[in-house]
Design a protein around this ligand. Structure first.
Ligand SMILES: [Fe+2]
Length: 266
């Protein structure tokens, strides 16, 4: 566990009952720190849902969508050869391909039999990256609109979703803070690529040595123990995960909740 990150919240010996009866406290922690990790909490599915709803604040409805027993089956054949640097090209925020996207993402790693330190979930706070972003790029992003075109299928047509247009910056619905609103290489300016946007993407992705997303000072890495519950603010974080595990060793329940339309007001 990388504890050096100043927004880190690593919560041990907390019970489901304590979270539900002090939800204002934990919702405030989530708003300020963007991530909450409950070590070996082992909620049942009903409790997992109750915790998620209890932490919802700000804009967006209070619904959520469960995805039980996520195994990443598309990775089964590539996992044995997948390098630990799987994050290259796989940074994303969840489900930004729709007009409304989830504000909170929650993962309960109910099965983890891999080696400690492998398969970490890696998160980057895009509010902090906004503060670090070179000023000429921040100026450029003020009025920019991006097409998010990540590869989800439209449930009604079964065909690749056409994507959604969102502002390049986002105002947080609880804190009012500004973040970059980015979902990896799957988003581009609606009016086509520009030199400045390529400069922005290079500043973010660069290489694993020099891109802001790969600077460990900007990352939170969660090293999984079986039963951990990890909750993060999907409105202002991007995430990915590391390799180094075998198919079937890493199985989790995921909830995505409080869907809202991304907004930016300067
Ligand atoms: Fe994700």
């Amino acid at each position: 566990m990388l504890a050096k990150y100043d927004s880190w919240i690593y919560l041990q010996n907390v019970t489901v009952k304590e979270i539900l009866s002090n939800s204002d406290f934990y919702a405030d922690l989530l708003a300020r720190n963007k991530v909450l990790g409950f070590v070996e909490l082992r909620p049942n599915r009903r409790q997992h849902e109750e915790i998620l709803v209890s932490l919802m604040r700000g804009e967006g409805d209070r619904s959520f969508g469960p995805i039980w027993d996520v195994t990443h089956p598309h990775l089964e054949n590539v996992l044995p050869n997948m390098p630990d640097d799987f994050l290259v090209g796989h940074w994303h925020a969840d489900n930004t391909v729709w007009e409304e996207s989830p504000t909170i993402t929650s993962m309960h790693m109910h099965t983890w039999t891999g080696e400690k330190g492998k398969g970490n979930t890696v998160l980057v706070d895009c509010q902090k990256l906004y503060e670090k972003c070179p000023s000429h790029l921040r100026d450029y992003l003020q009025d920019l609109m991006l097409l998010h075109r990540s590869g989800s299928n439209d449930p009604e047509t079964g065909e690749l979703a056409k994507g959604a247009v969102h502002p390049a910056l986002r105002t947080h619905s609880v804190t009012g803070g500004t973040s970059l609103f980015y979902t990896g290489p799957e988003c581009d300016p609606v009016d086509g690529e520009t030199e400045l946007f390529n400069e922005y993407k290079t500043w973010l992705n660069g290489t694993q040595v020099d891109g802001a997303l790969y600077d460990q000072e900007n990352q939170i890495q969660w090293e999984w123990s079986e039963g951990d519950l990890l909750i993060w603010d999907n409105s202002c974080m991007v995430h990915g995960f590391l390799g180094g595990w075998k198919y079937g060793e890493r199985v989790f329940d995921k909830l995505e909740g409080q869907w809202a339309k991304p907004e930016y007001s300067s």
